[in-house]
Design a binder for this molecule. Structure first.
Ligand code: SAH
Length: 213
């Protein structure tokens, strides 16, 4: 086996051993090369189950967390999905394999253009990128079947709850930015919202306004 193939096998093994068992999620993560989303010296560590630094002081999430969040979102093939916090674009690319359309938004122009380049390189044509403060959601594209937030909010943002379709699911890390946060799964029902706490996580904070880069 070549070094590359062995690295990939270990990558998938690590995902399974941390609870990523959904076949479609594993297939999507096998197909989308995480290495495409990491530049510079950290690229060689792309297949380790670790968060890594990207531009603008942000991080690409740990692969097993990407897998568990994607699994919790229970994406269906007809779904229109919003991701808040494009970062490297890796999570959006994984979602693009499971959904009909993915809208992803980040407050840093520089991150969004690098992510767009990666989507183009991989021919992922069902992802649309936006530069905006995603805590307001994307009112023009709403409602969404699924929403994934990949930055920690103090509470699930009201506009995002409002832009979730009835029957829809949102996964969002909630808590103070420097502390341990809880990953929350919100399901919108006919009459309101159900909340389920999934596990502890650690994400960079959801910030207001646009970034400077
Ligand atoms: N999902 C990413 C990792 C996200 S890191 C990946 O797969 O690589 C969190 C991202 O959320 C950062 O890029 C940060 O700029 C972004 N972010 C923080 N607050 C935001 C906001 N209000 N609107 C949009 N993006 C935000």
């Amino acid at each position: 086996m070549t070094g590359d193939a062995e690295q990939k096998m270990q990558f998938l093994f690590a995902l399974r051993s941390k609870g990523v068992t959904d076949k479609r999620v594993l297939e999507a993560m096998e197909k989308i090369d995480r290495g495409t989303f990491i530049r510079g010296i950290f690229a060689e560590r792309a297949y380790e189950d670790m968060p890594l630094p990207i531009a603008c002081g942000q991080t690409i999430s740990q692969p097993s967390v990407v897998g568990l969040m994607t699994q919790a979102l229970d994406v269906q093939s007809r779904d229109k999905v919003l991701e808040v916090g494009t970062g490297s674009g890796y999570q959006a690319a994984v979602l693009s394999q499971l959904a009909r359309r993915v809208y992803t938004v980040d407050r840093y122009r520089r991150l969004v253009s690098a992510a767009q380049e990666a989507f183009d390189a991989l021919n992922l044509s069902n992802i649309t990128t936006f530069i905006a403060d995603g805590s307001h959601g994307l009112p023009d594209q709403a409602p969404f079947d699924r929403i994934m937030v990949t930055a920690a909010a103090e509470d699930p943002p009201g506009p995002l709850l409002a832009q979730l379709r009835i029957g829809g699911i949102m996964v969002v890390p909630v808590g103070q930015s420097d502390a341990v946060q809880s990953l929350i799964k919100v399901t919108r029902t006919d009459t309101g919202y159900d909340y389920e706490e999934l596990r502890t996580v650690r994400f960079v904070p959801l910030l207001e306004g646009l970034g400077q880069e």
